[in-house]
Design a binder for this molecule. Structure first.
Ligand SMILES: Nc1ncnc2c1ncn2[C@@H]1O[C@H](COP(=O)(O)OP(=O)(O)OP(=O)(O)O)[C@@H](O)[C@H]1O
Ligand SMILES: [Mg+2]
Length: 262
């Protein structure tokens, strides 16, 4: 049975989000809610603007038009101080697993704690960093000493995940957490995402092209097409969507209303 979420009081709400880069209107009118404690998967074509949506949720991008409310704060229209307070509760796994190149993995993962948890001792920080690295399936002690460029793409992604969850945030944004990983490690990450949701009540936003992972993780799925969310439904209803665009996407078919020019 699907848990029941409070859809009337979402933790995150995107209203009429428009984003224009130069002359390119990437997001036209995105409207989307994320109920507290739920996992929402955002699906859509490559280059369609999925990463752009989550960069707005964490306040890394400002909308051309529209608003984003996170936990009661209008982050498109608030002070730097308020934005910092909101960000403290958000974990963000970047699509490329971005790390500070000048720091080793230990210091990268410890970074949010050193910024926000001045109450912790070095010993407590070390315990937490090693625990989080192990949770993502990495050989924690060995990997901690390495520089980001000494890790494979998949390892970097897992270290990025350790950093995203180390503050036990209320909200976690995962931008393609399993792309480029083998199927077993992918499943480990998917299970970890589910565990965080169940045990910590985390509200998650997940971007992925992996349909198996999507249906395993999602309470809701949203389909972004030509700058708008053209379908939003719970897991079961989405699978059975009658929307021809969604059907074509789920079938992975070159034939249908979605036209490819390239
Ligand atoms: N900072 C930026 N400046 C200019 N254009 C940008 C910027 N960020 C994104 N874009 C453009 O916005 C469009 C959407 O990019 P985005 O990364 O959000 O897509 P995506 O749906 O995440 O794609 P993918 O599935 O390939 O990761 C692209 O055309 C991209 O070139
Ligand atoms: Mg992207």
């Amino acid at each position: 049975m699907r848990p029941i979420f409070d859809e009337k009081n979402p933790l995150i709400e995107i209203k009429h989000l428009q984003k224009v880069f130069g002359t390119k209107e990437v997001l036209k009118d995105v409207n989307l809610i994320f109920p507290k404690g739920s996992t929402t998967v955002i699906l859509g074509l490559s280059g369609g603007g999925k990463s752009t949506i989550i960069k707005h949720i964490v306040g890394l991008m400002k909308p051309t038009n529209g608003n984003i409310h996170v936990d009661g704060t209008d982050i498109s229209n608030c002070s730097e101080e308020e934005l910092r307070a909101v960000r403290k509760n958000i974990g963000y796994l970047f699509q490329d697993g971005a790390m500070f190149d000048s720091m080793n993995i230990f210091d990268n993962v410890a970074f949010p704690l050193r910024e926000h948890r001045k109450d912790l001792s070095e010993k407590e920080i070390e315990e937490l960093v090693l625990k989080m690295l192990s949770m993502t399936g990495l050989d924690a002690k060995r990997v901690a000493k390495l520089a980001p460029n000494e890790l494979s793409g998949g390892m970097r992604k897992r270290a990025g995940l350790a950093r995203a969850i180390i503050m036990e945030p209320k909200i976690i944004l995962y931008d393609e957490p399993t792309s480029g990983l083998d199927p077993i490690t992918s499943d480990l990450i998917t299970q970890l995402i589910l565990k965080l949701q169940k045990e910590l009540g985390v509200t998650s936003v997940l971007i992925t092209h992996d349909m198996k992972e999507s249906f395993k993780s999602a309470d809701y799925l949203a389909f972004l097409f030509e700058g708008e969310i053209i379908e939003w439904a719970d897991n079961e209803s989405f699978k059975n969507s009658k929307n021809p665009y969604v059907q074509q996407f789920l079938d992975g078919s070159g034939v249908g209303p979605i036209q490819f020019n390239g």
